[in-house]
Design a protein. Structure first.
Length: 330
């Protein structure tokens, strides 16, 4: 399968990373390597890129794309949540097998990029893991083989109450109760195995006036439930919240953290972390003198999230929901 992904907000990523020649950078969500390629071009001749992705297909495609930079890039199949372990004990596998690269990273990184969400390739009809509701695929939704839980297990085994909870919390789906009830009714007859079955259940759970796409609706009725299942399968929000402090630790003073999110749940976590780490005191307002001892560790560079231009959205419709936030370590 050809792996194609069109990177989002490339110029804005480069602007806020503000990279110089020979800077070392981490790309925590490599995808097809679009951002990575631009970063490597900016950080020559000796800057090194450590790039992570859970998806072996993405790593394979990115390896081909970045072959001309092979001496300056290390590709590792792993989740960014394990970054501290990877920096402490880097594996010898990867595109670059130079064991000395860790010495370059001990002083910290000049930049770290986190591009959340799905790649264009993952939602293509050829992917087959159930990320897309526009084709019939298995209900998998795992980013990588390191995850045991699948979407099929959730819809076939979880209770109605748990389904309602994730549809509401992770999908912000107002018809969560109706959808969960119809899933329970369906699986009493046979197991849910295909995305097309789930899409039909979701559409039938909506009021007649709300069904379909293109009838005054901005998104397909299945969008929010598929988002909720994907988040639950990959534990995305908990991983993100736990990782942001680790990202800050990996940066050198003056290093920059750039995060691209694609829905309000992710953006809320990033915004909260940035706001907390940009303050010198986290004590409640009613306490007149600071007792927490917290000191600001970040300077926020984006007062409001940066969004794609109309031109970019016209060329890449998947970019329309992207929001970029950036901060600098102090």
């Amino acid at each position: 399968m050809a792996y194609h992904h069109q990177p989002v907000l490339v110029n804005e990523v480069l602007e806020y990373l503000n990279l110089k020649p020979n800077d070392n950078v981490i790309d925590c969500t490599l995808g097809g390597g679009g951002h990575a390629e631009n970063i490597l071009e900016r950080t020559g001749p000796h800057g090194h890129l450590l790039a992570l992705d859970r998806d072996p297909r993405a790593l394979e495609a990115a390896g081909l794309r970045l072959k001309k930079f092979s001496k300056r890039v290390t590709l590792i199949q792993n989740s960014y949540k394990n970054l501290p372990l990877l920096l402490a004990d880097p594996p010898e596998s990867g595109l670059n097998k130079n064991k000395n690269y860790k010495k370059r990273f001990d002083l910290g990184f000049a930049g770290l990029l986190l591009d959340l969400g799905l790649s264009s390739a993952q939602v293509s009809a050829e992917d087959g893991r159930g990320f897309s509701f526009q084709s019939t695929e298995a209900l998998d939704m795992r980013f990588g083989p390191d995850t045991a839980l699948t979407a099929a297990e959730i819809v076939n085994q979880w209770s109605k109450e748990d389904l309602i909870k994730i549809f509401k919390e992770y999908g912000e789906e107002k018809f969560a109760k109706s959808i969960a009830e119809n899933i329970i009714l369906f699986r009493a007859r046979k197991l849910l195995t295909a995305t097309s079955d789930l899409v039909k259940i979701i559409e039938d759970s909506y009021p007649t006036s709300g069904r379909g796409h293109g009838q005054g609706r901005k998104i397909h009725p299945a969008t929010k439930v598929f988002q909720a299942l994907r988040i639950a399968v990959n534990d995305e929000l908990r991983v993100l919240a736990g990782f942001l402090p680790q990202a800050l630790e990996a940066l050198a003073p003056g290093g920059r953290l750039v995060v691209i999110s694609y829905h309000s749940l992710e953006d809320r976590i990033v915004k909260h972390f940035f706001n907390q780490e940009a303050k010198d005191c986290l004590c409640p307002k009613e306490i007149p003198v600071c007792v927490c001892g917290h000191q600001a560790r970040l300077k926020i560079l984006t007062k409001k999230p940066v969004t794609p231009s109309t031109e970019e959205i016209s060329k890449n419709s998947r970019s329309r929901s992207a929001k970029l936030r950036a901060a600098e370590k102090v």
